[in-house]
Design a protein around this ligand. Structure first.
Ligand SMILES: Nc1ncnc2c1ncn2[C@@H]1O[C@H](COP(=O)(O)OP(=O)(O)OP(=O)(O)O)[C@@H](O)[C@H]1O
Length: 314
């Protein structure tokens, strides 16, 4: 059996009498990207910090590449690249290369390998041509990539990325996602937090949804959708007011979403079980509105499933 890059079991963390994380378990195999999703204050960063040995769990265990991270945090850290991002974290007057040479020392990279590792980390994030510029001359996106380069210096088995594309423009964010996928493909296990649903849908092999410190669902996008109870979604446009439609689909769908589009109504129905387009057509005919316009049924997006899960747990 493959040795997991990360195996966290039954993680719990209390701050005083407040429980920030309660019984969260995450396994990541080499090459996998696992995402922790949850509203503000759900416990995502606390989970990442426990996996990074920056916080000791109140209960539970963390193994990084087979090393017990609670008993031997130094050995676990040598196998982990932590990317917290943000504008801070570098010496702004020093060049990117000098910064990374310093952090390579901190990460315990052997002296003979420091220059090679720094060059390959800068190359991986496409910053080699700006390596000798001072960090203060870097844009936000370049700094974010430099954070990633710093996380790569120790050739980690596990990469922990806390909101890696937060604040980046769409093009740089897309490049960062491509880089994260490439890092996983080269054998690292990746744990990432993000509030960007399309990003999670694109990158994550598995997702853990955490609300109020507790896991409420985990699995693939399809498994999260089925756990949320929103299997599929039907949308259509009608000239009718949709007030009686809710009664027609009562018990079969979650709350309808009805928006006024210049005198016509755009309706969205999140089905709990199988989609019932037949009921929608019957209702339109019975209410005197003829056939529904632009009637489409599609699988629920991750965002729709997530909102249903978070709403149900609130
Ligand atoms: N050092 C601390 N001392 C006391 N409470 C803390 C500490 N760190 C986190 N918390 C609390 O733990 C809970 C979880 O916080 P955490 O930062 O893990 O959430 P999060 O899911 O990362 O949120 P966000 O999406 O806003 O970053 C919150 O209620 C927070 O106030």
């Amino acid at each position: 059996m493959t040795r997991p890059a990360l195996h966290a079991r039954g993680l719990r963390r209390a701050f005083g009498d407040r429980i920030a994380v309660d019984d969260v378990s995450v396994r990541i195999d080499p090459g996998e990207i696992v995402c922790v999703l949850g509203p503000n204050g759900a416990g995502k960063t606390t989970t990442v910090r426990m996996c990074a040995t920056l916080l000791t769990p109140t209960a539970g265990s963390v193994e990084v590449d087979g090393v017990d991270a609670v008993a031997d945090p130094r050995a676990a850290r040598r196998r982990t690249g932590l990317v917290l991002g943000g504008d801070a974290g570098f010496y702004s007057r020093a060049s990117a290369r000098k910064n990374l040479l310093f952090f390579a020392d901190v990460a315990g990279v052997p002296r003979s390998e420091r220059h090679g590792r720094v060059t390959s980390a800068l190359e991986a994030v496409s910053l080699l041509d700006r390596a000798d510029d001072p960090v203060r001359a870097y844009s936000r996106g370049m700094r974010q990539r430099l954070h990633l380069a710093r996380g790569l210096l120790g050739r980690p088995r596990l990469l922990l990325l806390d909101e890696p594309t937060s604040g980046l423009d769409p093009q740089v964010a897309a490049e960062t996602r491509t880089l994260v996928r490439a890092l996983a493909d080269s054998g690292a296990g990746v744990l990432l937090t993000s509030h960007h649903m399309a990003e999670v849908e694109q990158l994550a092999d598995r997702i853990h949804v955490v609300v109020g410190g507790r896991e409420v669902a985990h699995g693939s996008v399809a498994e999260i959708s089925s756990a949320s109870g929103v299997g599929s979604v039907t949308t259509f446009t009608t000239a009718l007011g949709a007030t009686t439609l809710a009664a027609a689909v009562d018990g079969l769908a979650g709350p309808l979403d009805v928006t006024d589009e210049a005198g016509r109504w755009r309706v969205r129905i999140p089905w709990r079980g199988a989609a019932r387009e037949d009921l929608v057509r019957q209702w339109c005919l019975a209410a005197g509105g003829g056939v529904p316009v632009d009637l489409v049924t599609r699988p629920a997006t991750l965002e729709e499933s997530y909102l249903a899960l978070v709403g149900a747990s609130a």
